[in-house]
Design a protein around this ligand. Structure first.
Ligand SMILES: [Zn+2]
Length: 466
């Protein structure tokens, strides 16, 4: 990154004691302030590296085959047949989570979270919807929460068809397998913040399970700082004659927040920030911590809420104002999704296990594990970040609330050109709650993140004018 004339005078930084080695306030020779932030990525810590190695493609395969083996997991299929249908799948997933919880020293608890959905467009009669939820309680800040889901219901060509085979191997046994496998390897470890692993139900009928989960959390005033939906993460090979892309997973992140208020709209229209919502910051964070040799994956962030004509469970969380994103494979084969199992003109239709790549799913699980671990071990995203607009000045004063993390080291201020996609500059400002930088807020976008004593960095929070 070239010098963008972002010079910092010695007097311009309030209490800017550098706490990490690299950046220092500009010297008298006029060195640019801030370390260029095409920045080295946050490398996995030792414990995360070990955790990633425990994620096992063979276990992923067992889970996908078992879920596909229930014949159908349609929301309107049997809830009490022990062999076939959504109820058998629910009970099997519950048993898996319970086995993981048994290794957690009491930190992980498992519940069936259910309610009766009244009739709706894809629900002909009152229907019990049941999420299977495993909660790994944080030992440092249990009130700070991260959520990861896959949906365990499936469908055939007709969304109301509860009897035809609907193996749902890719959509979405793959996502459930990723969630289960991450839950298994994290259960044995202490994490600072709470992580909720959920196999949600009723997605194909209208995101019912995740809607219920998100509403329960919102109703309880839960501080959910990030949520990921894993939906269709079965393979990097679309089996359509194009080259496989087995080292890429897409991450869909919205721009203008779904839950934006009229006042926020007004601010955005005034000073911009379309690419600085909490979900966009989450996308940058995942690229920073999870696209690396240890996961073996690249994260292709897509700046839209979801694909054309499609949606997933992250939308339930976006509707409540929680930062959320969706993982999905790089290129889909639509003959393998939402299709009855059949051969037509020599083409195999249906969401079959044979089209899944278990090593790919395991890598997606590693990406999730890297993101969740890094989020849970770092301080939370800074809150109450304000950019001072009480007077017209070319300097920029930022302030924020102190972190509640017990091992907080300090904060970093980041900025970038308004036309840039990624952060370009970072300045270590110490354990303070306000700082002034001699860079005009009119010319760049700013953000603040928190850093702990082990060097774990939080997602960036964009300031609001105040
Ligand atoms: Zn799906």
């Amino acid at each position: 990154m070239t010098d963008r004339r972002t010079f910092l005078s010695a007097s311009a930084v309030v209490a800017a004691t550098p706490v990490l080695a690299v950046a220092s306030p500009a010297d008298a020779a006029g060195m640019p302030a801030g370390r260029p932030a095409g920045l080295p990525k946050q490398a996995p810590d030792r414990e995360l590296k070990a955790l990633l190695q425990e994620i096992d493609p063979h276990r992923v395969e067992t889970i996908v085959r078992r879920l596909a083996g229930f014949g159908t997991r349609h929301t309107l299929s049997s809830q009490d047949d022990p062999v076939r249908g959504v109820g058998a799948a629910r009970d099997w997933i519950y048993e898996q989570f319970q086995a993981y919880a048994a290794t957690s020293g009491g930190r992980m608890t498992v519940e069936l979270q259910s309610y009766i959905q009244p009739p709706a467009s894809r629900i002909p009669e009152p229907t019990r919807i049941t999420n299977v939820v495993a909660t790994l309680r944080g030992t440092g800040e249990p009130g700070r929460i991260y959520v990861v889901t896959g949906h365990y219901d499936s469908r055939a060509s007709d969304v109301m068809d509860a009897t035809s085979d609907a193996p749902g191997a890719d959509d979405d046994a793959s996502g459930v397998a990723a969630v289960l496998e991450v839950a298994r390897v994290m259960a044995t470890r202490e994490v600072q913040a709470t992580v909720i692993f959920a196999a949600v139900a009723g997605e194909e009928q209208g995101l019912y399970g995740s809607d219920h989960l998100a509403q329960q959390l919102k109703g309880a005033g839960a501080d959910v700082q990030a949520m990921f939906s894993n939906d269709i993460v079965g393979t990097g090979n679309s089996h359509d004659g194009t080259a496989a892309d087995p080292r890429t997973v897409r991450l869909f992140v919205e721009g203008v927040p779904t839950a934006e208020t009229p006042a926020q709209t007004s601010t955005r229209q005034s000073v911009g920030g379309e690419n600085d919502g909490a979900s966009r910051q989450l996308g940058r964070f995942v690229q920073d911590v999870a696209a690396n040799p240890q996961t073996g994956m690249d994260v292709r962030v897509v700046w839209r809420r979801d694909r054309y004509l499609r949606g997933s469970d992250h939308i339930s969380f976006l509707l409540r104002g929680y930062p959320a994103a969706r993982f999905t494979e790089p290129r889909e084969n639509f003959a393998h999704e939402h299709q009855n199992v059949r051969v037509e003109n020599g083409v195999q239709y249906g969401d079959l296990v044979e089209f899944c790549d278990f090593r790919y799913i395991a890598r997606v699980a590693r990406v999730n594990a890297a993101a969740l671990w890094s989020l849970a071990q770092a301080p939370g995203t800074p809150k109450g970040v304000v950019i001072d607009t009480t007077q017209l000045t070319n300097a920029t004063t930022l302030r924020w609330q102190p972190s509640t993390a017990p091992d907080i080291e300090g904060y970093e201020v980041l900025w970038r050109e308004t036309t840039a996609a990624q952060w370009e500059r970072v300045l270590v400002v110490g354990n303070v709650t306000t700082t002034t930088v001699d860079v005009s807020k009119d010319n760049v976008f700013f953000g603040v993140r928190a850093v702990d004593r082990d060097g774990h960095r939080s997602p960036v929070a964009a300031p609001v004018p105040g």
